[in-house]
Design a protein around this ligand. Structure first.
Ligand code: PGA
Length: 254
């Protein structure tokens, strides 16, 4: 059974007090997570240490950075390295989110470099892919996503690709309130899995968690997560509201 993951992506939101309060409420709830389920909080960089301390006693909870640079150290003002993340116990990072691709010009090549450096340091990448609306409108989403996978992931050997988590996030559904239908989600997740199978084999394809992201909320999480190829979600807006994210965690497949 693949690991089922509820990942919160707080993006550039919350003050430190608000962040602490939100985590306290979320951690105060009892979830009865199975060994197969985990919860990841991708918090803003200045809160990584605080968040890490708060979740320390919760065995199935993890903290993620929302970004990392592709070099280990050096004169890269403003950037955060995997070595830094590792030194404070952060073991997950979101890589290649569409907002980073769009607003910060991240290329497939840079993203591949980030995936590589995470693998070298045993940090789990949550690799984001997904098409914009014009691509979906001309029904080119499969070739678009397949190209993203080819360029930034499929050069990896089998023993490394299985350590990556993939998040399919159609850009037209991010922060828009417009969720992809559960059929559209299942169709793309099955496609991504079939591409992994074609390149690597059935065992690899069956072991990689593929999350869906794009306006996931309490009201639709259960239906989306119940799709056979969906292994949880990467949640933006709804992860900032305690009751919403609690319900989303509880909607994970067991
Ligand atoms: P959203 O964001 O849930 O607010 O649509 C998802 C994401 O960008 O990861």
């Amino acid at each position: 059974m693949r690991v089922q993951i509820a990942a919160a992506n707080w993006k550039m939101n919350l003050t430190v007090r608000e962040a602490e309060k939100l985590l306290e409420v979320l951690l105060g709830e009892s979830y009865e997570l199975t060994e197969n389920q985990k919860v990841v909080f991708a918090v803003p960089a200045p809160y990584l240490t605080i968040a890490e301390e708060k979740i320390a006693k919760h065995s199935q909870m993890f903290i993620a950075a929302q970004n990392v640079y592709s070099k280990k150290s050096g004169a890269y003002t403003g950037e955060v390295s995997v070595t830094m993340l590792q030194s404070i116990g952060v073991d997950h990072v979101i890589i290649g989110h569409s907002e980073r691709r769009e607003y910060f010009g991240e290329t497939d090549e840079l993203i591949a470099g980030k995936v590589n450096i995470c693998l070298e340091t045993n940090i789990t990448s949550i690799f984001c892919c997904g098409e914009a609306l014009p691509v979906r409108e001309v029904n080119q989403q499969n070739s678009y996503v397949s190209h993203q996978l080819e360029e930034s992931l499929f050069y990896l050997p089998a023993e490394q690709i299985v350590k990556v988590v993939i998040a399919y996030e159609p850009i037209w559904a991010i922060g828009t309130g417009k969720t992809a239908s559960s059929e559209q989600v299942q169709e793309m997740h099955a496609f991504i899995r079939s591409q992994i199978e074609k390149r690597y084999g059935i065992e690899e394809a069956q072991s990689i968690s593929i999350l869906y992201g794009g306006s996931v909320k309490a009201a639709n999480a259960k239906e989306i997560f119940s799709q056979p190829d969906v292994d949880g979600g990467l949640v933006g807006g709804a992860s900032l509201i305690a009751e919403e994210f609690i319900a989303i965690i509880k909607a994970l497949k067991v």
